[in-house]
Design a protein around this ligand. Structure first.
Ligand code: NAP
Length: 551
């Protein structure tokens, strides 16, 4: 236990299953990248831990998103865990940007290697978590009614794990196959000769569309907002390259810790205006030809904050789209007009634009001809009725706070977290919430995001440090203070000023037109860069967790 035994609720009166008697030092929600590592770290402290996972297996994002073409946009070798030298020695990445099956295999390998599964309970969706002040513990309820008591509640529920369907009439009436990309089936879907629709053109759709277009009889893409995309330039990693990567791991991880987004790409120190037009063009060309996020994260330092600079890179990428798409009317539809390059999360693509040169692919701009309804046989827009065998909803997520909203989380006096955050999240360090004692969020709102495992490893280690601190001092109650939250929220808001991305509707600003109450833009992310984020968190820890209420 952390200090004293957390009292088990009186179960006599309830007709609940025997599991209620189970008592944990910590319950972790989610067995994805962060949940697995959090379990590993809490075991090191000797705590009794249970992980609840909705899926039938581990992997989180990489368990669920098995749609065709799913892969990450981080260099594989910068995406794996860095905490175990043995793991780094043993695991070989096969592709520069690993596809979903490889990453799912990797996370399963990690679960087995560190014997994590014995504390992970799959098929267990947490539906509610209520704080009990008298016992300083959380009462956790699963969807099937089972209940558990834990001193600490740790959320490791990701940033993009609450998928949303479009609010279009008739979705449930469609008689063919249909699926949100997040819930893609484990068995392969055969597109050969089929009439397929994809709704959405975000990072997910941009990966799915070229794969589906390879075999579909006819593919119709319904686009509401085009996104700026850039080439991924994926490739295989051979033995020799893997040997070099392995030798370089210390440098790779050190470099990731120096960059704002924890990627291997660092912004160029120059402003666009500091070079000649020829030098600028040559630099953009170089970035466009290189793998990964360099063109977004490693571009001139002003492209994401200065409108003129942003217009230059937007113009460059628009020219590329016009070169790659033969039909110029289609090219124009694919060029974003309402936001600049990189102000939404940049989808990286493999032959995405060339797909629209194929005779079996059609782009429908639903601003011109809105979707009126899904019918039993397909999709009806304002000017046509389309028949489909398969409809793919690549319609995104209720991001960052959505997965919190889907759990009935109640803190002191039964106050709901969803209500507390109705005007936007308020946290201390993105980890703690005032009024929700003993709840710790790994990668919560207003925490430093970016190359996920790099940021998650830090978050897990900070949370573990706090728990160790409390345990060693016999403290059983950890809470954010109003002053700490106010200070952090002000800091996050101030950093968000001037960033062009915060002036645009996207999941990064918390906008999802398919979710009630999520139409207003908010500062949802920490924009100061991960090194600054870490410095803030480290300072709090070094100062004996100042600004926290510990008892
Ligand atoms: P997304 O970027 O939010 O895109 C959702 C798409 O669905 C948008 O094009 C949106 O249009 C459209 N849409 C939503 N509701 C609609 C409606 N009612 N009618 C028509 N269109 C509708 O979601 P996502 O593509 O799943 O990607 C989310 C994030 O996941 C990415 O930005 C990325 O961070 C992560 N991701 C990462 C990878 C990777 O690592 N490679 C791959 C996939 C996803 P509007 O833009 O008009 O709203």
């Amino acid at each position: 236990m952390i200090a004293s035994q957390a009292a088990v609720r009186n179960i006599e009166a309830d007709s609940i299953k025997a599991d209620l008697a189970a008592e944990f030092d910590a319950v972790i929600i989610g067995a994805g990248v962060s949940g697995l590592y959090q379990l590993y770290k809490l075991r090191e402290l000797g705590l009794k831990v249970r992980v609840f996972e909705t899926g039938t297996g581990v992997g989180g994002t990489w368990y669920w998103n098995r749609y065709p073409g799913a892969r990450f946009d981080s260099e594989s070798y910068s995406y794996g865990y860095s905490f175990s030298q043995e793991l780094l020695e043993e695991w070989n990445w096969a592709e520069r940007f690993a596809p979903q099956p490889e990453t799912e295999r990797y996370l399963n390998y990690v679960a087995d290697k560190f014997d994590l599964r014995r504390d992970i309970q799959c098929n267990s969706r947490v539906s509610a978590a209520h704080y009990q002040e008298e016992t300083r513990s959380w009462d956790v309820t699963l969807e099937d009614g089972r209940r558990y008591c834990t001193r600490l509640l740790i959320t490791a529920i990701g940033v993009l794990s609450a998928p949303t369907m479009p609010r279009i009439a008739g979705v449930e009436t469609f008689q063919g196959q249909s699926c949100h990309t997040h819930y893609w089936p484990k068995v392969p879907v055969d597109f050969a000769g089929k009439r397929v629709a994809v709704i959405g053109t975000g990072a997910t759709a941009v990966q799915t569309i070229p794969e589906v277009a390879k075999t579909a009889g006819h593919l119709t893409v319904f686009q509401r907002t085009p996104n700026w995309c850039a080439p991924l330039h994926n490739g295989k990693i051979g033995e020799e390259e893997m040997r070099r990567i392995r030798a370089n791991y210390p440098d790779i991880f050190a470099r990731c810790l120096e960059t704002p987004g924890c990627f291997i790409h660092n912004p160029d120190p120059r402003a666009t205006s500091e070079v000649t037009p020829e030098e600028r063009e040559a630099f953009f060309e170089k970035l466009y030809a290189e793998p990964g996020f360099g063109i977004w994260q490693g571009n001139f330092r002003d492209i994401l904050v200065d409108r003129k600079a942003n217009a230059l890179i937007s113009d460059f990428v628009a020219r590329k789209i016009r070169e790659r798409v033969k039909d110029q009317a289609v090219a124009e539809k694919l060029i974003p007009k309402n936001h600049g390059f990189g102000t939404r999360r940049l989808p990286l693509e493999t032959r995405y634009y060339e797909v629209y040169n194929q005779p079996n692919v059609e782009l429908v701009d639903i601003n011109e001809t809105p979707i009126e309804r899904i019918t039993p046989t397909g999709i009806k827009t304002s000017d046509a009725e389309y028949a489909f065998d398969i409809i793919i909803y690549a319609t995104g997520f209720d991001a960052i706070t959505g997965s919190f909203d889907r759990i009935d989380i109640r803190g002191l006096d039964g106050r709901r977290l969803k209500d507390k955050w109705s005007a936007g999240p308020q946290t201390h360090l993105g980890i703690l919430v005032e009024g929700f004692p003993n709840m710790l969020m790994v990668m919560g709102p207003h925490a430093g995001l970016g190359n996920f495992p790099r940021a998650a490893e830090y978050s897990v280690e900070w949370v573990t440090g706090l728990i160790r601190f409390a345990r060693d001092r016999g403290l059983t109650r950890i809470e954010a203070t109003p002053a700490g939250v106010a200070q952090w929220t002000d800091h996050v808001m101030a950093l968000g000023e001037g960033l062009l991305a915060n002036e645009i509707d996207s999941w990064m600003t918390g906008v999802n037109r398919n979710v009630e109450g999520k139409q207003v833009r908010r500062i949802m992310r920490y924009s100061g860069g991960h090194p600054v984020f870490r410095a803030c968190c480290d300072a709090v820890a070094a100062d004996g967790y100042r600004d926290l209420a510990l008892a």
